[in-house]
Design a protein around this ligand. Structure first.
Ligand SMILES: Nc1ncnc2c1ncn2[C@@H]1O[C@H](COP(=O)(O)OP(=O)(O)OP(=O)(O)O)[C@@H](O)[C@H]1O
Ligand SMILES: [Mg+2]
Length: 208
């Protein structure tokens, strides 16, 4: 089972993860965007940690909802509404729960990714965070079908997201600011796919 404390440990770890990777993400976004992705996420997850400390949530849905509303309010750009929608949908399917089974974790991530796809309308190989989320979701579903633990599911998801992130390098961007560059977006790793990989890696680390 995944406890409320483990969900909180993950959300708090993301504050640290994006603070440490702020320059890296911003460098990636300076190549094909407007150099704000790392700054946006560091600001957003620092606000999430502060909001959770200020008003400790009673269940997992409340923790995810606080994350969602805080990200929508503080991140901006494309990533704010997208990650905000991910956490909002994840919150909806975990209503009333103080612990999640492996099947619940699959359902939460399915719902989150579904929301993000609906919101951003990106498809696979558009060179976005979807290129990390979809392989990660598939890895989670496969691992779960094979009876894997939550920790193992997240390790598989992280490996799949990492491969998806690297596979964005040769792609032409078809969504967001990077798409204005056309062929000049080739040869650069997508910042959003990178921040998604980091998010999953933090889950694998904290839920170990
Ligand atoms: N429609 C979309 N669906 C999914 N992900 C997207 C979409 N548009 C952009 N992204 C992701 O958002 C990342 C950029 O996030 P950022 O916080 O820098 O927003 P931004 O500066 O407003 O960029 P943009 O102008 O590309 O929207 C991209 O690297 C990409 O992964
Ligand atoms: Mg940007």
């Amino acid at each position: 089972m995944l406890t409320l404390d483990q969900v909180l440990a993950w959300l708090n770890a993301l504050d640290d993860v994006y603070a440490r990777n702020k320059a890296r993400l911003t460098d990636l976004d300076s190549a094909i965007g407007d150099a704000d992705h790392g700054i946006n996420l560091a600001r957003g997850f620092s606000a999430v940690a502060a909001a959770l400390a200020q008003q400790p949530p009673e269940d997992i849905a409340a923790a995810l909802k606080t994350a969602s509303l805080t990200l929508i309010r503080t991140v901006g750009g494309a990533a704010g509404p997208l990650y905000g929608t991910f956490f909002l949908r994840a919150s909806t399917v975990s209503a009333g729960k103080t612990a999640l089974s492996a099947a619940d974790v699959v359902a939460v991530i399915e719902a989150g990714v579904g929301g993000l796809l609906q919101r951003g309308k990106a498809e696979r190989e558009d060179k976005t965070m979807v290129d990390a989320w979809l392989p990660a979701l598939e890895a989670i579903q496969k691992a779960h079908a094979e009876g894997a633990s939550i920790a193992e599911m997240m390790r598989q998801a992280t490996a799949a997201a990492e491969a998806g992130m690297r596979a964005t390098i040769p792609l032409i961007a078809r969504k967001g600011r990077a798409s204005y560059l056309g062929e000049r977006s080739i040869g650069h790793q997508d910042p959003g796919a990178t921040s998604t990989y980091l998010m999953l890696q933090a889950a694998a680390d904290t839920w170990n």
